[in-house]
Design a protein around this ligand. Structure first.
Ligand code: FES
Length: 342
């Protein structure tokens, strides 16, 4: 329907950029290299809010949780859930951190394999015609057959020239993207893959040790970050730690994923935890939620500000980690790397 190319203008700077058919305001801005604020690209976090100055805009998901009723009343909209219907002018406060170092592009990708990791998680491998350019820790927006709207998934592999994109994905419920990915999609089928997105990528250029924290499919970007860190010559003397949690031991796919990569197996110290208090089987690891296990470890680890933190998981986990690290431990925000998803 949106076949025309529209021009979006930013009020403050007068800067203009084109928006292609099917692109949201956010995707068009990032493709143009503009530092438009965002995190999730999925309507959940609210960081991409802007105000319409003029022009006709269509909201793709009017009930998106990222916008409070109050912000809505004040005329705010979510750039990741809005497409222009003509030329338009917006008011937004740009965020230098969000300036894309690699501009996202769209491509088609073919499912090569789907490997079961646990009862509800699998590793998906897709191949595209051009190199897979992204920073370890970033995510892609996948257009799946029969699913309205794109879904965000973090890459688990390293950037590569072979065009290989891998993701550890958890099947959540029967709806959403899960059915398409786990039931309908077959090797040889193609999907739309738009990438790279996200700010929670590996940062080099300091000498702090690295602490990764995650649960479930939150292991996906952490694997990529750790694989890159384990291979980076400038990080050869740094400690690489992974705190990984699940409900029961059967949910913990991280140790097996680390073991299959020699560099990861050698470099990463992995602490696993299970959260189901009723689990009565054999278990020698930690118990509790992964942020609690990290908290306990930090008690004996000295200054919490001596580490860079990367985390990925459901909102209750990221909220708890923010409280612990920012409020309690006073770790500078520049050392915390995560993207808030719904
Ligand atoms: Fe739009 Fe998160 S980036 S709501």
């Amino acid at each position: 329907i949106h076949m025309a190319r529209h021009l979006i203008t930013l009020e403050a700077s007068g800067q203009s950029f084109p928006c292609d058919a099917g692109d949201t305001v956010l995707r068009a801005a990032l493709r143009a290299g503009i530092a438009f604020p965002y995190e999730c690209s999925s309507g959940g976090c609210g960081s991409c809010q802007f105000e319409r100055v003029s022009g006709d805009l269509e909201e793709l998901w009017p009930q998106a949780p990222g916008l409070t009723p109050r912000a809505r009343e004040r005329g705010r909209q979510l750039a990741c859930q809005t497409v222009p219907r003509g030329d338009c002018t917006l008011r937004v406060r740009l965020k230098p951190d969000c300036q894309p170092s690699l501009r996202p592009t769209r491509r088609r990708a073919t499912l090569v394999s789907r490997t079961r990791l646990t009862a509800d998680m699998a590793e998906f491998s897709f191949r595209a015609g051009e190199p897979a350019d992204f920073l370890p820790g970033q995510y892609a927006l996948l257009d799946l057959p029969g699913v309205a709207g794109a879904r965000a998934y973090s890459m688990s592999n390293l950037p590569n020239d072979e065009g290989l994109w891998q993701f550890v994905i958890k099947q959540i419920g029967a709806g959403r993207g899960g059915m398409a990915l786990f039931e309908f999609l077959q090797p040889g089928d193609t999907i739309g893959l738009d990438a790279p997105y996200g700010m929670a990528h590996l940062r080099l250029g300091n000498d702090r040790d690295i602490v990764c924290v995650g649960g479930g499919s939150g292991i996906s970007p952490l694997l990529s970050i750790l694989a890159a860190a384990a291979r980076a010559p400038e990080l050869a003397s740094r400690r690489l730690l992974l705190f990984y949690g699940g409900r029961t031991p059967a949910d913990l796919c991280a140790p097996a994923l680390l073991a299959r990569d020699e560099a990861l197996a050698r470099r990463v110290e992995c602490v696993t935890a299970i959260s189901d208090p009723a689990y009565a089987g054999a278990w020698e690891g930690q118990r509790g939620f992964v942020h609690q296990v990290l908290q306990g470890w930090l008690e004996s680890a000295g200054d919490a500000s001596g580490y860079d933190y990367y985390f990925c998981g459901p909102p209750p986990m990221t909220d708890a980690l923010q409280r612990l690290l920012m409020l309690e431990k006073r770790v500078p925000t520049a050392q915390l790397h995560f993207d808030r998803f719904v």
